[in-house]
Design a protein around this ligand. Structure first.
Ligand code: AMP
Ligand code: MG
Length: 319
């Protein structure tokens, strides 16, 4: 029997009993558990095979509940929260004593977000505790944007995927940390850099050493299909290097009109938002076709194109 269900009351029951439920958000599906249950949090790590040094994002229903999680809120964090929550932005702030070390990998900061999905907002409002929820995929693999992706990954290892349809934004949240109360981007994501800068001014992108990244979404290989993937400016040129191979093509808006290739166009009318929403489903799709290689076209380096390029770049590293 399928573990995909729309039953919010069932999700509440499971979560209250220290079990995990995969939840829909507008970015990707999350593998959620009660932040105050050690059992639930440990099983998030073991189910995902996620290393313990990789902290989790805490999901809350409202700005008011932020006070139960963090110590102080820098002025620019307030501006950002007012501008973009609920939405695809995660803030990393100084944690208070109630937040278990397991959630934050021992750091004195906690990552927190109000997701913009009606079903999960309803769930969070009804629960007496926040939810820790990393993406609902095995560590390092492509994030899920449909309930079926989660079911395929975890089958009987979890009891329920709360069905909220396809994720409308399709890539992970943009993570913003603070240094001396000034915002800095830890991870590019579903909220475009330009939109953030319109609220708080010019903002830089942190480039940290990989061994102990502030946001492991920054690991060089992450969000990766098992098929060898290439990210190039000129797809036609790259194809010539793979003569006789079974190739899958991922392009932004223009078809190569080559019927001998498996091709996915991410947005025929050239919408970066639509392309982001379709990106992971396309990678899942191509990854299941026993191809020798996937060749992806580089996106324009602005708006969500920057975030899409970031994810495609990380998909190109093979194990
Ligand atoms: P995921 O939900 O799987 O995309 O992973 C959550 C992301 O949030 C990871 O890249 C984490 O490293 C990042 N994150 C969570 N907590 C913190 C924190 N306290 N400081 C920096 N990054 C964090
Ligand atoms: Mg993830």
């Amino acid at each position: 029997m399928s573990i995909i269900s729309k039953d919010i009351q069932k999700a509440i029951k499971l979560l209250t009993n220290d079990q995990l439920v995969a939840i829909p958000t507008e970015t990707v599906y999350g593998l959620a558990g009660n932040i105050l249950s050690e059992k639930a949090i440990k099983s998030i790590f073991s189910t995902k095979k996620r290393p313990f040094f990789n902290p989790l994002i805490v999901h809350i229903p409202s700005i008011e509940s932020l006070e139960n999680i963090v110590l102080n809120i820098p002025e620019k964090a307030k501006l950002l929260a007012d501008a973009f929550w609920p939405g695809s932005m995660t803030l990393v702030l100084k944690k208070n004593a109630k937040i278990p070390d397991l959630i934050t990998a021992g750091k004195d900061t906690v990552a927190v977000r109000i997701p913009n999905h009606p079903i999960t907002l309803e769930l969070l409002k009804q629960l007496p505790f926040p939810l820790a929820a990393p993406s609902a995929n095995p560590f390092g693999s492509i994030s899920p944007t449909k309930p079926e992706h989660v079911e395929r990954y975890f089958k009987n290892n979890i009891q329920m995927v709360l069905d909220g349809g396809s994720c409308t934004n399709g890539i992970e949240s943009t993570i913003i940390g603070f240094e001396n109360d000034e915002p800095i981007i830890y991870r590019l994501g579903a909220l475009a850099l330009e939109d953030i800068e319109a609220v708080v001014g010019k903002i830089s992108i942190k480039n940290k050493k990989e061994e102990s990244p502030d946001a492991p979404g920054m690991l060089a290989r992450h969000y990766a299909p098992s098929t060898r993937t290439y990210l190039v400016d000129n797809v036609t040129h790259e194809i010539k290097k793979h003569q006789g191979k079974k190739i899958g093509i991922l392009v932004f808006k223009d078809s190569l009109n080559n019927t001998s290739l498996t091709e996915i166009i991410l947005s025929e009318n050239g919408s970066l938002q639509e392309a982001a929403a379709n990106l992971y489903d396309a990678l899942h799709e191509l990854d299941h076709q026993q191809l020798d290689a996937i060749i992806a076209e580089r996106f324009p380096d602005n708006g969500l194109g920057k975030s899409i390029n970031d994810r495609l770049q990380r998909a190109t590293f093979s194990l």
